[in-house]
Design a protein around this ligand. Structure first.
Ligand code: IMP
Ligand code: MG
Length: 190
């Protein structure tokens, strides 16, 4: 039966280069989980993520954390082309839990300009958590417009569009277990 391999190739043939292997990502996520477990001991942290890109990172990070930890999610949509440029987004799914007085760890898959994240952090900060820190797996520093302190940072990436480990191009490639570059003929702008 060659079917499963054949199917995997359908996705993988669009990948030009593997930037970070599954093993490299897992090793880093485990280290981050150990740091968070140490820093948040006794604080009952609430990890908050934005759907959908953070799905894999959140799941693996949560399993690498060995203290009581809760999770919640928001979902956002851009208003329009102009407002997206300022990172203004509309909350299409809000948190289920109140965060006032909680130690909130914002978990993000990738940060590029920082505009979206900045907007979301302002929203969360207004709810008066006891603390609010950021944990990002993939940091793309070259296009940063707003400086955001990153308490936990996985990898610094070059200014390239990447897919896999939750990150998509037109909703595809999220299910690759590694981080890869798309072949140029597949990827034309965002
Ligand atoms: P920014 O930090 O406001 O520029 O936007 C970050 C968002 O853009 C992320 O949450 C992703 O949804 C998306 N994004 C940025 N860079 C990439 C990439 O290389 N691959 C896939 N999505 C990306
Ligand atoms: Mg995202």
């Amino acid at each position: 039966m060659t079917e499963p391999n054949k199917q995997a190739n359908i996705l993988e043939q669009d990948i030009q280069e593997v930037l970070l292997s599954e093993e490299e990502i897992q090793r880093k996520v485990n280290q981050m989980g150990m740091l968070i477990s140490r820093d948040y001991l006794g604080l009952n942290p609430l990890m908050v993520g934005v759907l959908k890109g953070v799905l894999f990172f959140m799941a693996d990070l949560l399993q690498a954390i060995n203290i009581p930890t809760e999770i919640d999610f928001i979902a956002v949509a851009s208003y329009s082309t102009e407002s997206r440029e300022q990172g203004v987004v509309r909350l299409v799914k809000d948190l289920e839990m109140p965060i006032a007085g909680r130690h909130v760890l914002f978990v993000e898959d990738v940060i590029d300009t920082g505009l979206t994240l900045n907007y979301i952090l302002q929203n969360l900060r207004a709810r008066q958590p006891a603390s609010l820190e950021v944990c990002v797996l993939f940091n793309k520093p070259d296009h940063r417009i707003i400086d955001i302190p990153l308490r936990y940072r996985g990898f610094d990436l070059p200014d390239r569009f990447v897919v896999g480990y939750g990150l998509d191009y037109k909703e595809k490639y999220r299910n690759l277990p590694y981080l890869g570059l798309l072949r140029p003929e597949i990827f034309r702008g965002r």
